[in-house]
Design a protein around this ligand. Structure first.
Ligand code: PEP
Length: 251
């Protein structure tokens, strides 16, 4: 199973800046990307085609959208469809990122609809889940992860896994805060996610990649990637600079 090293560039970088960063990243890692690593860059929408273009000869790299709407086309002002993302060179899309759940107000059900529709349309999905600090302190970690996975994967059939889906465990309290979950917290949450995936899909649930996200940096990436059931990372802040993200990719 290849480790999936994913970069969420959030609402940063113009199209030109994103293209330059992607080209630098490819130059820094193209000859040294290990066979067991795969990289996905999630830039903002206007940067998708330029980034896909900059990475078209970079083996092991692909591009994804940060969001999607569950319809092929229609009167949905401001939204983008899976087909439109693929037209820009995307192979992947993120669903359920905590900033979309907690800042934009997306429901579990909408996240599930986006996930299933995108997979049926031919995209691969990184479904993000994770608890808030209040939920963790109230002992609700297992319940929250189960609810978000049950609803997020409700329309994803067994024949779509493991190829079409990865799950990113991102504790909300660790995203963009500099607070990293410690190894025991990561191992506990990833084991729970693994159990839930196997309960849902049987043996193929063991091959679904589970990524950790939350203040991953070049300094802590190697230790995190080596933990049980950590099959990659989803990185925000430390992925914005080519030098920093290249050190995470190669950690
Ligand atoms: C993210 O945006 O998914 C994320 C994990 O951000 P950061 O690495 O900055 O915590």
């Amino acid at each position: 199973m290849k480790k999936l090293m994913a970069a969420n560039w959030k609402m940063y970088k113009t199209a030109g800046e994103a293209r330059t960063t992607a080209a630098s990243l490819a130059a820094l890692t193209a000859d040294t990307l290990p066979d067991d690593r795969e990289v996905v860059i999630f830039p903002q929408f206007t940067a998708l085609s330029p980034v896909a273009d900059a990475l078209r000869h970079a083996a092991g790299y692909s591009v994804g959208g940060q969001d999607v709407y569950p319809a092929a086309e229609g009167a949905y002002t401001g939204e983008i469809s899976p087909g439109m993302l693929m037209d820009c060179g995307c192979a992947w899309v993120l669903t359920g990122h905590s900033e979309r759940r907690h800042v934009i107000g997306e429901s579990d059900e909408l996240v599930g609809a986006k996930t299933a529709f995108s997979i049926n349309a031919g995209l691969k999905v990184v479904l993000c889940i994770g608890e808030t600090i209040e939920e963790r302190e109230a002992g609700r970690l297992g319940e929250v992860l189960k609810r978000q996975l049950d609803t997020g994967l409700a329309g994803v059939k067994g024949d779509a896994v493991p190829a079409a889906i990865a799950v990113a465990y991102e504790p909300v309290w660790a995203i963009g805060t500099g607070k990293v979950a410690g190894p025991p917290e990561i191992v506990e949450a990833h084991a729970l996610v693994r159990q839930l995936l196997v309960a849902r899909y049987g043996q193929p649930g063991n091959a679904i990649r589970i990524l950790y996200g939350g203040s991953v940096k070049p300094e802590n990436a190697r230790e995190i990637i080596a933990l049980d059931n950590v099959d990659g990372v989803l990185v925000g802040g430390a992925s914005l600079q080519a030098d920093s993200f290249s050190r995470i990719i190669l950690a």
